[in-house]
Structure formats: C-alpha cells, structure tokens
Ligand binder design. Structure first.
Ligand SMILES: Cc1cc2nc3c(=O)[nH]c(=O)nc-3n(C[C@H](O)[C@H](O)[C@H](O)COP(=O)(O)OP(=O)(O)OC[C@H]3O[C@@H](n4cnc5c(N)ncnc54)[C@H](O)[C@@H]3O)c2cc1C
Length: 386
C-alpha cells in the first residue's frame, strides 16, 4: 500500500462513510471540509438558550427500507423513533398531509369510505389528459382541479419559483394520495432521528485512528499528494464553473424564538397558499419529542425558497432539461479526471436522501477498494448521475 492518503472532500455523510470504509480497510484518510463543523447539511447543534436540538440546514428525518444502512447508522449512535406527521395550512383551514382519507373528507365535507373516496378522486381526475408533459397536467390527471389547486399549485410555485406548467411531469411519478387515514409522511419501514443529533452520529463515523478530519479547509487550497480523492463538493465548482453553473434552489431561514412551550404545536406546518411567502414553519423541539421536558420555549424557522446565487448554499438541484444537458457535459469532463471520484448530492447533482447517500457511499467505497486491490485506478463516476 502506498504511503499517500485517501482524501475525502466534504465531512457530510458521503465523505465520512467513505473515509470510515477505507480506514477500516487499513488506509490512512484525510477528510476536509470548508465549514467549521462536520456532518454537512445534516449538521445539528443544541441551542444554548432553549436546549433544543437545531437542524441548522433544515430538519432531517432518517427513513429507509435498507436494513443494512439502518443497522450501519444504529451501530454508531442511538436512534429514537420518529414519525413525521405534516400539517398543511390552506386559507383558514389546517389539513393533514400527505393527502389521505382524512384530508379528502375534510376538503369535500364528506364521510367517504376508502372505496368511495377512491372512486370519487377518480371521477375528479382529468381523464382527458392523455400524455401529461408538465407537473400540472400530471397532477390534474391524478387528482383533479380542487385537490391540485388546494395543495399543489401554490406550494409548488413557491418551492420551485416557476409555474407548475413549466416543471416536468416526471416530478410526480405516483398518485400522491392515500385512501386510508394513515398520515405517516414516509412509507419506509425504519424511521427515526439520532437521540443526540446527526453531528454526533457523523463524529462517531469519523472517530477512527486512521482518519484525520481537518475543518475550514477548502479543497482548492489543499496541499496533499492524494492516493485517491472522493469529492462530495459541487461538480461544477470542481471545474471552475467553466461550462456554467448548475441551477439550485436555496433556502432562507427566519428564526423565531417564542417563550410559549407549545410553539406551533407540531414539527412541520406547510403553507400551500401562493400568497403566503414562506413554504413552511418548522418547530425544532418537536423533532426530539423524547426531550420535550428538558427544553425551554420554542425555536421555529420560517422557510423561504428562492433561486440560488453564487454566494448561497445550494440546497435542491433543479435538474431542468438545460441543467441535465450541462450536467452531461460536466460528467464527460469528470470521466477524464483520473484519481478523483465524484460522490454525494453535490458531486452528482441529485437530490439524495441520507439513506441513499450512505448506500451509495458504501458501494462506491467498496468498488474503489476492489479496484485498488486489483492495482487499478477507481472510476471517476460510480453513481447514476443523469
Ligand atoms: C432542506 C433539506 C432537508 C432534507 N431533509 C432530509 C430528510 O429529512 N431525510 C433525508 O434522508 N434526507 C434529507 N435531506 C438530504 C440530506 O441533506 C442529504 O442526503 C445529505 O446532506 C447528503 O450528504 P452529502 O455528504 O452528499 O452532502 P453535504 O451534506 O452537502 O456535504 C458536503 C460537504 O462538502 C463540503 N464541501 C463542498 N465543497 C467543498 C470544497 N471545495 N472544499 C471543502 N469542503 C467542501 C461542504 O461544506 C459540505 O459540508 C434534506 C436535504 C435538504 C436540502
């Protein structure tokens, strides 16, 4: 084995999981991050004034069907059960999301059974739309005018900053409605939140004698002769934005501190009306219901979505046709970069849940270890990028 280290750019889940896998295989690893903390966008910290665990870049709930990934994260820290139950504010009413039998009955002032509601929504749906091209047409075909206008139109416009008619139909793949009273936001078998937060979890993943973690260090100014680099930063940034910037949405968080212990009374309130400028309010104490007795007051964040500028944090990749074309060009450039593998949500320009990020990091690291074992250079791109 050569004396050079493996370098992981980014101390989020991508970088940390790959670093751990290589460290356990006997390689020395350097993990760098330009931020002053580990855990990337999943970073959590306890607010000193209220003792509330704050998810600094927006709330994160772990949900997966991948037993191996679930066992992996539980091997590093304790998870507490958490079920996300989102509410939607529309006009003067509050509904339950995802749209379920309760939501439908409330919206239409009915007491329908599952079978009746199914037939009713089918009647509402726009069967005249044969080949939906846009998000709007797809939604109308699935649920009809009233459900679409109430829950999708305004929220989607605020979230993406464009008319839903301009978004591709592929965003809405399945019927977004349940005909039972199940209001568990996620369908996954395993759901929870680390009792001591995500940063504690990532800290344990990185806690290995063969891993050095260096914060406030940009890859661009790193002086290290690496054996191989795993890069979880933005792929367009790696190439100096030479082909232009990939488009993202960013979020602004308006912090609201209130003394009232009940706060908004729940973890997430979505605001569906286009006239309300924020997309949702989250109350972070409710993401740790096991510690409600130990917190003071409530700490809420109003979320606003807007186009990501050069100095902003990129959150959601937009992936319109023009972005995909540009991504394809960057992927071609990446294929020519020997000794670097692009990983994670920014390195591959995709929205990735944490479980998928970890799954891909484990698989990418294993494939790279196998390649190195055969004396080959690991591939620049393992993940499906387009
Ligand atoms: C608002 C929001 C809510 C989410 N909620 C959930 C959820 O509830 N459940 C779920 O499963 N997933 C959720 N996700 C997805 C989750 O955030 C990602 O799966 C996860 O962050 C991906 O990890 P990563 O390591 O690939 O990227 P990141 O966490 O973004 O880590 C990349 C790191 O690289 C560093 N970096 C970048 N470029 C450089 C450079 N040039 N030099 C040095 N360092 C660099 C960055 O500072 C960053 O720390 C959410 C995402 C968003 C945007």
């Amino acid at each position: 084995m050569s004396g050079q280290r493996i370098v992981c750019v980014g101390a989020g889940f991508s970088g940390a999981v790959i670093a751990r896998k290589f460290a356990e295989a006997g390689y020395a690893v350097l993990v760098i991050d330009e931020r002053s903390h580990i855990a990337g966008n999943c970073h959590t910290e306890v607010d000193a004034a209220t003792n509330i665990m704050v998810h600094k870049y927006g709330p994160h709930i772990f949900h997966t069907d991948d037993k191996e990934v679930w066992d992996y994260v539980n091997g590093f820290t304790e998870f507490k059960p958490f079920v996300n139950r989102v509410k939607a504010v529309v006009g003067d009413s509050v509904y339950l999301l995802p749209i379920n039998l309760h939501t439908i009955n409330q919206l239409f002032g009915r007491q329908m059974s599952p079978a009746e509601a199914k037939a009713f929504v089918a009647e509402q749906s726009r069967q005249d739309i044969d080949d939906p091209q846009s998000f709007e047409d797809q939604a109308l075909k699935f649920v009809g005018e009233k459900i679409y206008k109430t829950f999708f139109h305004g929220y989607t416009r605020k979230q993406w900053g464009v008319e839903p008619q301009a978004l591709p139909a592929s965003i809405l793949k399945r019927l977004p409605v349940r005909f039972t009273y199940d209001d568990n936001y996620f369908n996954h078998m395993y759901q929870g939140i680390p009792a001591r937060g995500y940063t504690h979890l990532v800290q344990h993943i990185l806690d290995h004698p063969k891993i050095e973690t260096r914060l406030e260090t940009r890859f661009e100014s790193l002086d290290e002769d690496a054996r191989h680099v795993f890069y979880s930063g933005p792929i367009d940034r790696f190439f100096g934005y030479s082909l232009g910037r990939l488009a993202y949405r960013t979020l602004d968080f308006e912090e609201i501190r209130v003394e009232d212990d009940a706060g908004i009374g729940t973890a997430v309130l979505n605001y569906c009306d286009a006239e309300v400028p924020w997309t949702r309010i989250t109350d972070h104490k409710y993401f740790a219901p096991w510690s409600l007795d130990e917190t003071k007051g409530s700490l809420q964040f109003k979320e606003y979505s807007r186009a990501c500028e050069a100095q902003d944090i990129p959150y959601y990749p937009i992936r319109l046709v023009s972005d995909k074309a540009r991504l394809g060009e960057y992927a071609e450039l990446a294929k020519g970069v020997s000794g670097t593998t692009f990983v994670g949500r920014l390195g591959t320009y995709r929205y990735l849940d944490m479980d998928v990020t970890i799954r891909e990091a484990l698989d990418t690291a294993q494939a790279a270890l196998d390649a190195l074992g055969r004396g080959e250079v690991p591939k620049p791109l393992f993940a499906r990028i387009l």
